[in-house]
Write a protein that binds this ligand. Structure first.
Ligand SMILES: [Fe+2]
Length: 592
């Protein structure tokens, strides 16, 4: 039995295909179209899934859309009416896009996939999130928390899963949304909503949470059980499609940060790639510290609300295991605190915890929740995207007259890569199927030596030109995690660690050892095990044998503002346009 899940038209569009309840292929549309966070109908991701299975659309038993478009449209219309005339633009835009396109997704699915009308099903947005978190976990029974910007009406749910049954017991509805509150601060701090949230999280450790009281006194009221109410007087996301906060919000926090303003504080140093140090450096540092304080404050409030929600969920259910989904589930700093500070002993979050993951959840909900089929599948890794054969790679290289070295012996290739890394070279690493979700986890990664602080600047100059508050992640074998991180041994056994969804404090005596991946005393680590990705594991282990440090810097293989590479052509293009020194495409090595 084949079931295809689809999510699109809001955040990341994606498709996921189940065969007899087991995931066999999943991908976000952006990887194929090269449009970051592409939310259009995911034709390419769907075709990839069908090709992978060797089937066509009419072989599918069901196609499941991840939310109910009419309910979502109802929320947009009702909110527009309530906020009229301020909401005129949202209303006009909604009428145009929803009436022409989004409402008729059933027809679009029927036409583009070639499946009969009655085989197309619709899930609910937060039920899709919940299903994406619970069904592929290894837990027979667990508590479930979903938190995002907004689905149809719901922004937060709490419930439980047992066997094939999910029950969502409590919900919080729009406009009261933790995700949209965080996004308003994201916009205020000069970043793009739905994209810059993790930059706010990265900026937070450079500030002091000086505005926490101001946020609680004015913007959000939180009960002991974590349920919350947002004072909409300060926000405009309910009536505007461009602005998320209003002048009253600015009265509280001052003028918003300019998007192009360089971020540096006395703690970040002044990166060489920002050019010459400005004459008013001290003044600019202070200004940036003010914004870092705001980032630290909203991050702290978000963590506190989540901790309250999670604690009350534990109190009500008495369960030891917790599954989280929704965009807020990607807040790896909050996840680290949930794991270390609440009574839950085990945590499951799948790598595409945002709306892209709704495609997986929708399909799983149909299979287990609606059809009642037993669970056999556990999402043990994130490698569900497209793979490119050695023949395809060779053909690409030959037809473009690119010279390369081919290694028939894996070990020899890995030794060469380790030699290059130790020599300070930056390696573009491409192998196997690309990752599901926003993180590069060793199949489309850029790897470098994590031991010197300078490597941060070097990688940024060569590839990313990113702000210094954006952390680089350490990849570390499970068995070595406890040597480097507090609670590392326990955390390494948890799924969020393997999906880079967890921030842990670095042990003080190791902070210097891996300073390129030290983010103000913490690391957003990825743990690995031989069985999930032997080649990637081997390269980290071999680096450890050569240097005594079994850790590599892993960052996503893409240029700033572009999606992570998918094909050999994308990878070579990024390699040529950047300062990456060595490109490894499976067993082919290309050097500059
Ligand atoms: Fe969502």
């Amino acid at each position: 039995m084949y079931i295809l899940g689809i999510s699109c038209y809001y955040h990341d569009a994606a498709a996921a295909l189940l065969k007899d309840g087991e995931l066999i292929a999943a991908a976000e549309e952006e990887r194929f179209t090269r449009i970051k966070h592409d939310y259009d109908f995911p034709d390419n991701a769907i075709n990839f899934c069908l090709d992978y299975a060797g089937i066509s659309g009419n072989d599918l038993d069901y196609v499941v859309f991840y939310e109910k478009p009419f309910h979502k449209f109802e929320r947009i219309l009702m909110t527009s009416f309530q906020c009229f005339p301020k909401s005129w633009n949202v209303f006009r835009e909604a009428m145009m896009t929803w009436l022409s396109d989004k409402l008729w997704v059933k027809n679009t699915i029927e036409q583009r996939i070639g499946i009969e009308h009655d085989k197309i099903l619709f899930g609910e947005h937060h039920l899709s999130h919940a299903a994406s978190a619970f069904y592929p976990s290894s837990f027979e029974e667990a508590a479930i928390l979903t938190v995002d910007g907004v689905g149809e009406w719901t922004t937060t749910t709490m419930g439980t899963g047992k066997g094939t049954h999910i029950q969502l017991r409590k919900e919080i509805k729009f406009p009261h949304s933790l995700g949209l509150l965080y996004s308003a601060f994201t916009a205020f701090l000069g970043f793009k909503v739905n994209e810059g949230e993790y930059k706010v999280m990265g900026m937070a450790p450079y500030g002091k949470p000086a505005y926490v009281d101001k946020i609680y006194d004015n913007l959000i009221k939180v009960a002991d059980d974590g349920s919350f109410w947002i004072d909409m007087d300060y926000f405009s996301y309910h009536y505007s499609d461009k602005e998320t906060f209003n002048s009253k919000f600015e009265d509280l926090f001052g003028k918003p940060r300019m998007p192009e303003m360089h971020f540096f504080t006395s703690n970040t140093r002044f990166p060489s790639y920002f050019g010459e140090k400005p004459t008013n450096y001290g003044e600019l540092c202070q200004e940036n510290e003010h914004y870092a304080d705001i980032a630290a404050s909203i991050q702290r409030v978000t963590e506190e609300v989540l901790l309250k929600l999670v604690n009350s969920l534990h109190k009500e259910t008495g369960l030891k295991r917790l599954c989280i989904a929704g965009g807020v589930g990607l807040n790896s700093a909050a996840n680290g605190r949930i794991l270390r500070e609440t009574p839950f002993e085990e945590l499951f979050i799948q790598p595409s915890a945002g709306d892209g993951g709704g495609a997986l959840g929708a399909a799983l909900h149909a299979y287990h929740g609606l059809l009642g089929k037993p669970r056999t599948f556990v999402l043990e890794h994130a490698y569900w995207g497209k793979e490119y054969s050695e023949n395809e790679i060779k053909e690409f290289l030959d037809s473009n007259n690119i010279s390369y070295e081919y290694f028939s012996d894996d070990e020899k290739l890995l030794d060469r890569v380790v030699d290059d890394l130790v020599a300070g070279k930056v390696v573009g690493w491409f192998q196997g199927r690309f990752e599901w979700g926003p993180r590069a986890l060793g199949n489309r990664s850029i790897l470098a030596d994590p031991r010197s602080e300078e490597m941060k600047d070097l990688v940024n100059v060569k590839i990313k030109f990113r702000e210094p508050f954006r952390p680089f992640a350490p990849v570390i074998p499970e068995e070595n995690t406890g040597d480097f991180f507090y609670d590392g041994d326990a955390a390494a056994k948890q799924f969020p660690a393997r999906y880079m969804l967890l921030v842990l404090p670095l042990k003080e005596n190791k902070a210097e050892t891996i300073s390129a991946v030290n983010h103000m005393g913490t690391g957003r680590l990825q743990t690995i095990r031989d069985e999930w990705n032997p080649r990637y594991y081997r390269v980290v282990k071999k680096f450890g044998e050569a240097t005594g440090v079994p850790v590599l810097l892993n960052t996503s293989f893409n240029l700033r503002g572009e999606p992570i590479v998918a094909s050999p052509a994308n990878a070579f293009n990024t390699f040529s346009k950047s300062g990456i020194d060595v490109l490894v495409l499976e067993n082919f090595m290309i050097e500059k």
